[in-house]
Write a protein that binds this ligand. Structure first.
Ligand SMILES: Nc1ncnc2c1ncn2[C@@H]1O[C@H](COP(=O)(O)OP(=O)(O)OP(=O)(O)O)[C@@H](O)[C@H]1O
Ligand SMILES: [Mg+2]
Length: 364
């Protein structure tokens, strides 16, 4: 028997559920000349959604993670490498001759793919321009290229001029749809919604939320049917802990399933045992993270884990002995940038297991 749940990497069928409206929205955006920004906290399913939507379109895709790039020239090299994977070399060669700075290409004997690099120290602007314009030229009307930038807010860190350089090049492109993904909401919004930013209003902004509880519940129930005679109850218990967060729900369901199949845990409290196991597994990380927070951050996290009150309310401030709402506000901002706190219809901890860890330590 194979575990019917999956977490960590991009998921596709049969692990991919719901998101019908979102897929429709993404595909319709990308069928025109629009560009798209997709924003959500970490592991909410951005990559999986884009992968799913784009593969239904059957168009070529180039995906680049800005976190893994070392600078603009590296970005250009990685992009060129991917262009080589998609398009025929004979057509590429003609264009490559006209590059202002000639890239060094080598065949990687282990992967069989082409590795690309540029001489260190050369100016990166003409390289980027030539590579992106090459992508535009290779793209065709009936199979328009889609270029996805993951963690796009990192562009600023790579080079302070990168955003304006990219914008200057991309604005002329008609044969490419650009998709920008970002998990640090305030930073990515700053790129696309601040009037002074070069990317101001360049792309349609879309937010990704948790998965519909009803859809998730059905999926979990089906998965648990093989291991328990009350799959609906187990599904409900899992969702009560994770509240439909895609990653944590899959992770907990995966662990419950493993537990049942391996004979660990007791069948009347699989979910509780699985939560305990996950908390134990992450204990050292949680400890380390907790130690890195300042006093206000800790109070805010404690408040969110233990009480029903929301930060910034008078009651919350009173209980946790906080006197300035501006301090709480900057703490929330910091915790959200770090990905520890997310804002759904309210503020909450991103990781339900970390939340339990905090609560339990307090009550120990
Ligand atoms: N539509 C979905 N149906 C079921 N599970 C999903 C779905 N989308 C995401 N998940 C779960 O969440 C996990 C993370 O998804 P994904 O990597 O797509 O998110 P992400 O937002 O791109 O994350 P990151 O911030 O790390 O880039 C997946 O491994 C899977 O377990
Ligand atoms: Mg991703």
């Amino acid at each position: 028997m194979k575990n019917p749940f999956k977490f960590g990497t991009v998921v596709d069928d049969p692990f991919f559920i719901d998101r019908k409206k979102e897929i429709e929205k993404v595909t319709s955006f990308l069928s025109g000349e629009n560009h798209l920004v997709l924003i959500s906290p970490r592991r909410m399913g951005k990559s999986s959604l884009i992968h799913k939507a784009v593969s239904s379109l059957g168009r070529p895709v180039i995906a680049l993670d800005m976190q893994l790039m070392t600078g603009p020239a590296d970005l250009a090299a990685q992009m060129l490498r991917r262009i080589y994977r998609i398009y025929p070399q004979t057509r590429l060669k003609q264009h490559l001759k006209r590059f202002r700075i000639i890239p060094q290409l080598s065949l990687n004997p282990t992967t069989g793919s082409i590795d690309v690099s540029f001489m260190p120290g050369v100016s990166s602007l003409p390289i980027l321009e030539d590579v992106l314009n090459l992508a535009e030229k290779m793209s065709t009307e009936n199979k328009k290229l889609i270029i996805v930038f993951d963690e796009f807010q990192e562009a600023r860190r790579l080079d302070e001029n990168l955003l304006s350089q990219l914008r200057a090049i991309m604005q002329h492109h008609k044969m490419i749809n650009y998709v920008f993904l970002g998990s640090q909401e305030s930073l990515i919004r700053d790129v696309f919604q601040r009037q002074k930013s070069p990317f101001y209003h360049f792309a349609m902004v879309m937010y990704l939320r948790k998965i519909d509880i009803g859809e998730f519940s059905q999926y979990l129930e089906t998965g648990f049917a093989g291991i328990h005679d009350e799959p609906g109850r187990i599904a409900g218990e899992v969702l009560e802990v994770t509240r439909g967060h895609p990653y944590y729900t899959q992770q907990l369901a995966f662990t419950v399933w493993e537990m049942a199949v391996s004979g660990r845990g007791q069948s009347n409290k699989y979910v509780e045992d699985a939560v305990r196991e996950l908390i134990r597994m992450h204990d050292m990380d949680y400890e380390r993270i907790w130690m890195s927070f300042n006093g206000t951050d800790r109070k805010v996290l404690l408040g969110l884990s233990i009480s029903e009150q929301q930060p910034l309310t008078a009651e919350f401030m009173r209980i946790w002995d906080l006197n300035a709402s501006s301090t709480v506000f900057s703490s929330l901002k910091r915790l959200m940038t770090g990905g520890y706190v997310i804002r759904t219809d309210k503020y909450e901890l991103d990781d339900p297991f970390f939340s339990r860890w905090i609560k339990e330590r307090r009550e120990r």
